[in-house]
Every structure is written in structure tokens, then in C-alpha cells.
Design a protein around this ligand. Structure first.
Ligand SMILES: [Cu+2]
Length: 142
């Protein structure tokens, strides 16, 4: 009787172990937050700021969804490092609306990404950098 229970427990353990691997292989992958394949950014900028080179690409995806990609390559003598989160600000042009700083996801060394929904359509400007030292680019949101 004892061996039967033991055999059952071992069988369940093996089943669970194998099951975990099957689940790992079959589970749905998280929705890829990436630019549409081969799509050109709606707006982009590449600018030398005092700490290095900063690049931004804005993809307007429709339905007020926007994908922002940022790359920061610090100079050798920069005070900002590639792992330092840049300050980002989205603001509307010609409107007295509060700007906002979206959550950023670190996707690589000095590479950041934000996916967000803007509160309204129109002309926006996004800036990124460190303190007052930043690059900016305008785009139309729809
Ligand atoms: Cu507005």
C-alpha cells in the first residue's frame, strides 16, 4: 500500500515537471510591443546633447495609441549613464494642458520604450533628455 502511494506521488511529480515544460513551450507569448513591421516612424529626431547622443522615434498607431522609442548613447565623460532613465515629457502645442511623463520600459542598454494612449488628438511635442538638456520632436496624434 505504501509503495502504491509513493508511486502515485512520483507519477504526479513527473507529470507536473513535464507539464511545466510543456506549458513553458505552449503558453501564449506576451503581446509584442513593437513598431509595426518595417513601418517608418511618424516622427524622429537624433540630437547631440551635452551628455551624448539621444534618438527618438514616434510611431502614431491610430486610436491615439503611440509608441515611443528612445536610444541614449552617453559620451565617455558624460554624467548620465546608459542605464539612467531619461526624463520624458509629452505636451500639446498651443494648449494649456498639463504634460505628462509616461512609464518607460528598459529594452536594452540605453534603450527605452513607452506605449501610451494620448488624451486627445492634435499636435503634440515629446521631449527626452536629462534636466534641461533634451531633444524634442513634434507629431500629429490621431
Ligand atoms: Cu489638448
Amino acid at each position: 500500500m505504501k509503495t502504491k502511494v509513493l508511486a502515485l506521488l512520483v507519477a504526479l511529480g513527473v507529470f507536473g515537471f513535464v507539464g511545466a515544460f510543456i506549458w513553458a513551450a505552449l503558453r501564449p507569448t506576451p503581446t509584442e510591443i513593437a513598431a509595426p513591421d518595417g513601418a517608418e516612424p511618424t516622427a524622429k529626431v537624433s540630437e547631440v546633447i551635452s551628455d551624448g547622443l539621444i534618438g527618438m522615434q514616434v510611431y502614431v498607431l491610430g486610436n491615439l495609441d503611440v509608441l515611443l522609442e528612445i536610444q541614449f548613447a552617453p559620451d565617455a565623460n558624460a554624467t548620465a549613464s546608459a542605464g539612467m532613465r531619461p526624463d520624458v515629457n509629452f505636451a500639446m502645442l498651443d494648449m494649456h494642458m498639463d504634460g505628462f511623463d509616461p512609464p518607460l520600459e528598459l529594452v536594452g542598454s540605453g534603450e527605452w520604450r513607452a506605449r501610451l494612449k494620448l488624451p486627445m488628438a492634435g499636435r503634440w511635442v515629446v521631449s527626452a533628455g536629462f534636466g534641461e538638456d533634451r531633444a524634442e520632436v513634434e507629431f500629429d496624434a490621431r
